[in-house]
Design a protein around this ligand. Structure first.
Ligand code: ZN
Length: 265
């Protein structure tokens, strides 16, 4: 089926709207799930969106994803406090997720699945970046959806391979953790990292695990290198946000799956 530009524009607009909801999940989810203590943020459905700086309600016309940020020049309409760049970036991420899913899989259930995967992984990566947590409320449903997707044969991973992906992904990271704890008395990887890797295994099967971990390690090292160049002191105790790197590697795995790259064909 050839998809003309109308499909892509519609997908991008839909993706940006979902991205704008993801911003709410990213901002309020960690409080709602009791990972972060900040009651002022509200829950996932109420109150209506407001400026965290001056508490003014955001007008309907300013709830349009991306366009509002540009129209407002990146500032709150009421108090002129800068709107964090994360908001338009996540909205853009939602749009790109929809376009990429459509380009890779056409109008299909696989595309819908890929879009859900991309948006979950985007929310997880940003939440870990901001709070250091990968909430179970997102990793565990993502894991379950991966198994369901493969039960319907959406991503060419054998169901047995997907289940093994969960077991090996979780087990491998927990093992690394136990060794770290023994040797150095600190947790090297969080439990959230193990669950996210298990979820990625659920979507693509166990053979994807080594390349994903390798890629994530490289991305994390690049991240640490950039932070060092920007003047951050890196010590033994410096926490490395491995979750965002793992999330990025997972997104690349989905793209590789859609392109039928090795490991998938
Ligand atoms: Zn304001």
């Amino acid at each position: 089926m050839t998809l003309n530009w109308v499909f892509y524009v519609t997908a991008a607009a839909f993706g940006a709207v979902i991205g704008s909801f993801l911003n709410v999940v990213i901002h309020r989810g960690p409080v709602f799930w009791r990972l972060v203590d900040d009651d002022s943020r509200g829950n996932l459905v109420a109150p209506r969106s407001y400026c965290p700086s001056c508490r003014a309600r955001i007008r309907n016309v300013h709830l349009i994803p991306l366009a509002s940020y540009v129209m407002l020049g990146g500032k709150c309409a009421d108090c002129s406090a800068p709107i964090p760049i994360r908001y338009p970036l996540v909205e853009l991420g939602g749009a790109l997720a929809a376009i990429t899913a459509l380009a890779l899989f056409g109008l299909s259930l696989s595309a819908a699945g890929a879009f859900v995967f991309f948006t979950c992984i985007l929310a997880l990566g940003v939440i870990d970046w901001e709070t250091g947590y990968l909430p179970d409320a997102l990793t565990l449903p993502l894991l379950a959806l991966g198994i369901i997707a493969n039960a319907f044969d959406l991503f060419n991973a054998a169901l047995g391979g997907a289940v093994l992906g969960v077991v090996i992904g979780y087990g491998a990271f927990r093992l690394v953790d136990m060794v770290f704890l023994r040797l150095r008395g600190i947790e090297g990887l969080g439990q959230g990292d193990a669950k996210l890797l298990a979820a990625i295994g659920a979507w693509f099967g166990w053979p994807i695990l080594p390349p994903v971990v390798f890629l994530a390690a490289i991305l994390a090292l690049i991240g640490v290198g950039v932070a060092a160049l920007r003047g951050l002191k890196i010590g033994k105790e410096t926490p490395v946000p491995f979750g965002p790197a793992l999330a990025a590697a997972g997104a690349l795995a989905m793209i590789a799956n859609g392109l039928n790259l090795p490991y998938f064909s």
